[in-house]
Design a protein around this ligand. Structure first.
Ligand code: DX5
Ligand code: ZN
Length: 221
């Protein structure tokens, strides 16, 4: 699939769940066509967010949007089918949660979806080398996973640059996604460091006017 890069990907983790459809529509009306869904199980990360039913509701609120599901859960292989049924277009699993990572990616691709790998801030990027040729997306966590509204971890800039260098040097086709602490103050530097898909939760959904904030962020990409 070809994407009009860079992409701003609102994370609905920060949305007002009492009016999720309306919050999402404010994003799509402002030009968003990629929605990021953060799934947390309270085991892999110290927080529980939401499950397939909310992903399905979000997908129905934005039928044209690309649904990007980030599984911050233990044993993700067990739940991939549920997120396929909920309308996911891409599913990302954590390197740290997958003892058989290559098989986990095969398990996602067999449904015809794109498959991504996420790494936490303390995980060496060298661990990804065996799957870079096979992954459709690499997600660089720029916060410790589990909560929205955290500060961007500065070392993430170098990690994004490393993934961009490798992609260029080896001719890999993975998309480079960044997730956590992205906002008006740093979005340009994050983009310049190589991020192609920029996840933003609080910066979008905690703004006074979601649509205007989306346009402001897009204007900086
Ligand atoms: C962390 C979550 C957050 C979320 C983005 O586990 O994955 O990074 O997507 O949240 P903000 O943009 O509020 O940091
Ligand atoms: Zn995420």
């Amino acid at each position: 699939m070809n994407f009009n890069l860079p992409v701003l990907a609102p994370s609905i983790l920060a949305a007002d769940f009492s009016q999720l459809g309306n919050d999402i529509e404010q994003c799509t009306d402002a030009g968003i066509d990629w929605i990021h869904c953060d799934i947390m199980d309270g085991h892999f990360v110290p927080n529980i967010s939401y499950g397939p039913a909310i992903v399905k509701a979000a997908a129905e609120s934005a039928p044209e949007a690309f649904m990007d599901v980030h599984l911050m859960i233990e044993d993700p292989d067990k739940y991939v089918g549920d997120y396929v049924d909920a309308g996911a277009d891409l599913i990302t699993v954590h390197y740290e949660a997958c003892p058989h990572l290559h098989r986990s990616l095969q398990n996602i691709k067999k449904y015809g979806l794109m498959a991504g790998v996420a790494v936490n801030p303390a995980t060496s990027l060298h661990n990804l080398e065996p799957v870079l040729e096979y992954a459709d997306l690499i997600l660089i966590m720029s916060v410790n996973p589990g909560f929205g509204g955290q500060s961007f971890i500065e070392s993430s800039y170098d990690r994004l640059q490393e993934m961009a260098r490798l992609k260029e040097e080896k001719g890999y086709s993975y998309l480079i996604e960044v997730d956590g602490g992205v906002g008006l103050k740093n979005i340009e530097q994050v983009r310049e460091s190589g991020a192609e898909i920029l996840v933003a939760g609080s910066s979008v959904f905690k703004a006074e006017n979601i649509g205007n904030r989306v346009k402001e962020l897009l204007s900086k990409l």
